[in-house]
Design a protein. Structure first.
Length: 116
């Protein structure tokens, strides 16, 4: 299954969105989103999961953080949690095309019975 990780502009936009709310919490969430995304790209699933879960806990309305958390969960074989994360990401931002595509692909995989 091919999944979609936001590229440079999307990551920058997501970090800017995370930082749009005032306070230290959003700075910490943006840093965790960034380090979690880098860890995901490098295949460091424990770090990716920990950082992205923390980012989502700090800023629960961050669609891109939910999407990347879903990607980490999917990579870890937790399709059930990934599905919830992709659903949340698309519910928060219907223009998040990466999350919409990841949700569509995972739903199709589950419907075919390909999910573990």
């Amino acid at each position: 299954m091919s999944v979609s990780i936001p590229g440079g502009f999307a990551v920058a936009a997501a970090i800017a969105l995370l930082l749009s709310a005032p306070g230290c919490t959003t700075w910490r969430a943006a840093r965790l989103y960034h380090t979690g995304t880098v860890a995901l790209e490098q295949g460091d699933l424990p770090r990716a999961l920990a950082d992205l879960e923390a980012a989502v806990a700090l800023v629960p309305d961050a669609s891109y953080a939910h999407n990347n958390l879903g990607l980490a969960q999917l990579s870890a074989g937790r399709d059930d949690l990934a599905l919830q994360s992709f659903e949340r990401a698309t519910a928060l931002d219907c223009t998040n095309t990466e999350a919409s595509e990841n949700l569509r692909q995972l739903e199709a995989r589950v419907q075919r019975g390909d999910a573990p």
